[in-house]
Design a protein. Structure first.
Lengths: 306, 310
């Protein structure tokens, strides 16, 4: 798709000066708009990351009025991170141990993603390929769960999870999410695209249903599975409301709740807030930037077909 | 089936043997594939709705359990609870402030950025980055940006000679400020979906229109928009349902204030359920919110059915 070349204007010579000027104005205007958009969407996050790499008093000294140093550090330092990890004196004094919350979030996210991949791939395979008398009913059963608003029904979910004795434990964070209607649905769409002849050949070779899923479907569905794993990882890593109510012990808390509590208690420590926010968001942002093609594909498919 | 003990008499076991045909055996194994998901959805998606319906009829707390059966009293109380109605109104206002702006902007950006050039790809990633950033972090950073003394926005305004403004501690401005932030955060999501929709429109239609001498805005009005209706409807409805359940920004930025001007329904339910420990009333409000959102979903399905196909 690199054929357009509007920026360089291939056949400039054939155009009148007026046309060239108009074209130039359009290109400049467009790029100016692009620049503004990038600034608007990146500036808050850049402010956060850059703010975490400087001394706190320097942040306050340069905030108002606006200069280049409102954003750009004068002296670069990792002190705020040492504080957040409880390595520096201030960190020890305040009893900060942010690595703990990051590890908790990582454990829960990885556990949910792994379980969910196993069970959702199985479910997707069922809907895409297998024969079952009540399949349509089951499909409605699964699709209808997407209509249940999650945040609005969190009180009753809490009642159920408490009754099961999973409150204040990783179980309560992991078990409710080991299957997802969105992932099943998206993966089923994906598996449907795999040629059916492959299954049939494997069946003739005497493969069981598990064998077909493992040896035929799974290798062909890897891109879809990776996309869904990314979306799910982001969903769990960014979870806030659920861990907020289900976890009481601060040692088990997930990072989003930890950072929210940290900042509301210590509203004045902007440096540490910046560092904590960076730690709480950067892993997912980096994964996104590295694998964004798959990511956006995933959003587009779940959006259009869900 | 396998759990039924084989009894001493021959009759039942031969009955079972007749049931255990290769076909039924296949169905049984097939069912095992979907069983984990069915169990999960039954317990963690459907059961809570019944739990809520039940708890809403009781004086209920986690420690005390079901203490007194109160029938529909919670619902009666809700009708007279001015704070409930106020929070419903605040929620609706938040949705109305956010969704139309977001959909309009994301439509414009989707059209602007659909070119497959390097620069537009960079802009697209920039716009999508807030989508993957956690709402908590976005709320924290924007609360600092909105700060009335030291905030980044006031700092930038000062560069244009505009005096300091109050955002989050002003009852008239807090909700618009919050919805502006959430438009910023969710814009990339709806933009990507609309872009996928744009890609689905066959190029021949636009080419034919260009051959007929149609202007860009005419193509937009008469070809792109009608064919995009389905996708736009989808975005409007999902974003409405999603924004209706706004909670995190309220928790992080304002705690419902100032003067309840940002106390949305999910935050009000949270307060009753977890701060006042009144799970019964919180459940009743959850049931009503669920019903409201189900109605929105039904409208969605109705609209999807009566649509132009291409």
């Amino acid at each position: 798709m690199e054929t357009v070349n509007t920026n360089t204007g291939v056949d400039v010579r054939k155009r009148s000066p007026n046309q060239i000027l108009k074209k130039l104005g359009l290109v400049l205007g467009e790029n100016f708009l692009y620049l503004i958009l990038v600034v608007v969407f990146v500036a808050p996050l850049a402010w956060m990351v850059l703010g975490s790499l400087r001394e706190e008093k320097e942040i306050f000294a340069n905030l108002y009025p606006f200069t280049i140093h409102t954003f750009w550090p004068i002296t670069w330092t990792l002190d705020t991170y040492l504080d957040m990890f409880g390595i520096s004196e201030i960190g020890i004094m305040y009893g900060l141990h942010f690595h703990r919350f990051m590890a908790n979030s990582l454990i829960v996210s990885v556990a949910v993603v792994s379980c969910s991949l196993v069970f959702n791939t199985m479910g997707a395979y069922f809907f895409a390929r297998l024969d079952f008398p009540f399949k349509n009913f089951l499909l409605i059963f699964v699709v209808a769960t997407m209509l249940i608003p999650f945040q609005a029904t969190i009180v009753p979910l809490y009642i159920v999870v408490s009754k099961l004795g999973m409150r204040d434990s990783f179980w309560g964070l992991i078990v409710p999410w080991f299957a997802s209607p969105f992932v099943i649905f998206a993966l089923a769409q994906f598996i449907k695209e795999i040629p059916k002849e492959l299954d049939e050949a494997a069946t003739i070779d005497g493969a069981s249903l598990w064998g077909i899923l493992w040896h035929v479907i799974l290798p062909n569905a890897i891109p879809g599975i990776i996309t869904m794993a990314l979306l799910e990882f982001q969903f769990i890593w960014n979870l806030f409301y659920w861990p907020l109510i289900v976890i009481n012990s601060s040692d088990l808390q997930m990072i989003q709740v930890a950072i929210a509590n940290q900042t509301t208690q210590t509203q004045i420590f902007w440096g540490r807030t910046f560092a904590g926010s960076t730690l709480a968001s950067l892993p997912v942002i980096i994964i996104f930037l590295a694998l964004q093609k798959w990511y956006i594909q995933g959003v587009a498919t779940t959006g259009l077909k869900g | 089936m396998t759990t039924v003990p084989i009894s001493s008499t021959d009759q039942p076991s031969s009955f079972l043997a007749r049931l255990w045909t290769p076909r039924n055996r296949y169905y049984f194994i097939a069912f095992l594939f979907i069983l984990p998901a069915i169990i999960n959805f039954s317990i963690f998606r459907y059961l809570p709705i019944f739990a809520a319906a039940r708890a809403s009829l009781w004086q209920y707390s986690l420690l005390g359990g079901y203490r007194d059966f109160v029938g529909l009293q919670h619902y009666q109380f809700m009708m007279e609870d001015i704070y409930f109605w106020k929070s419903m109104k605040v929620t609706a206002m938040f949705v109305l402030m956010k969704v139309p702006v977001q959909v309009l902007l994301s439509l414009m950006l989707a059209v602007l950025l659909q070119k497959e050039t390097r620069s537009s790809a960079i802009v697209r990633s920039a716009i999508f980055t807030p989508v993957v950033t956690s709402v908590v972090v976005v709320s924290i950073i924007w609360a600092m940006m909105y700060h009335s003394q030291l905030g980044l926005i006031n700092s930038i305004l000062s560069a244009f000679g505009i005096p300091r403004q109050v955002f989050l501690s002003d009852a008239d401005r807090a909700l618009p400020a919050m919805s502006a932030m959430m438009v910023w955060k969710d814009l990339g999501f709806s933009m990507i979906i609309i872009m996928a929709g744009l890609k689905g429109i066959p190029v021949v239609y636009r080419e034919a229109a260009i051959v007929d001498g149609a202007k860009p805005w005419q193509i937009m009005r008469h070809i792109t928009l009608p064919l995009l209706k389905r996708v736009l409807m989808f975005v409007v409805v999902t974003q409405t349902i999603f924004s209706f359940q706004n909670f995190v920004p309220v928790y992080v930025m304002t705690k419902g204030g100032p003067m309840d001007s940002t106390k949305v329904i999910v935050f009000y339910i949270y307060q009753y359920g977890f701060l006042f420990q009144d799970m019964g009333y919180a459940s009743a409000m959850s049931v009503v919110t669920l019903l409201v959102l189900l109605v929105v979903s039904m409208i969605q399905m109705r609209l999807f059915r009566t649509d132009v196909e291409y």
